[in-house]
Design a protein around this ligand. Sequence first.
Ligand code: AMP
Ligand code: ZN
Length: 176
Amino acid sequence: MSWQTGLIKTILDPANLIISTDIAVVIADKYPKARHHYLVLPKEDIASIFQLNRKHLPLLEELHLLARNIIEVRGECFESFRIGFHAQPSMQRLHLHVISKDFVSSWLKTKKHWNSFNTSLFIPYEALYENLSKNDKIERLPKAKVEELLSKPLACNQCEFVAKNIPSLKEHLLQH
Ligand code: AMP
Ligand code: ZN
């Protein structure tokens, strides 16, 4: 399916590269789910986290360095961001999400959007790095586990509030 190669097309246009090194690039997420949302991708054609092995640990370190760089370039503070991978990515080419914790965005529209960043469907960089160091590969979550996480209640990421639907969650997030 061609939509799955959208990121690969995006990084072919130099105008889309906010940062570019020999090893990786940083782009803006086209449908940002927060005030700041960037993607860090390797230039090497690695489809996803499931193609990684221990040899890629230095590459991951480079991706993380660029994640920190883009936060600095934007004059933002590191603590107000989540940096990590989706346990079940949809788009091809390995990509590290760099997303601000406000989650204030008109593109945040569904429970799936929320839970993919705010449950264990989001694997923090450090956790994935450690997992890969130990196991030499990243395992897929069972389908039933993915379904369970996607259907979790809409719990706020900044307080104890649990929203009954997406409009009320979005209204709540604006108050933080
Ligand atoms: P994932 O679920 O980890 O595969 O996330 C893919 C991300 O890519 C999502 O956050 C999308 O908003 C973003 N996205 C989709 N198409 C494009 C594109 N052409 N350029 C930049 N970002 C995109
Ligand atoms: Zn809250």
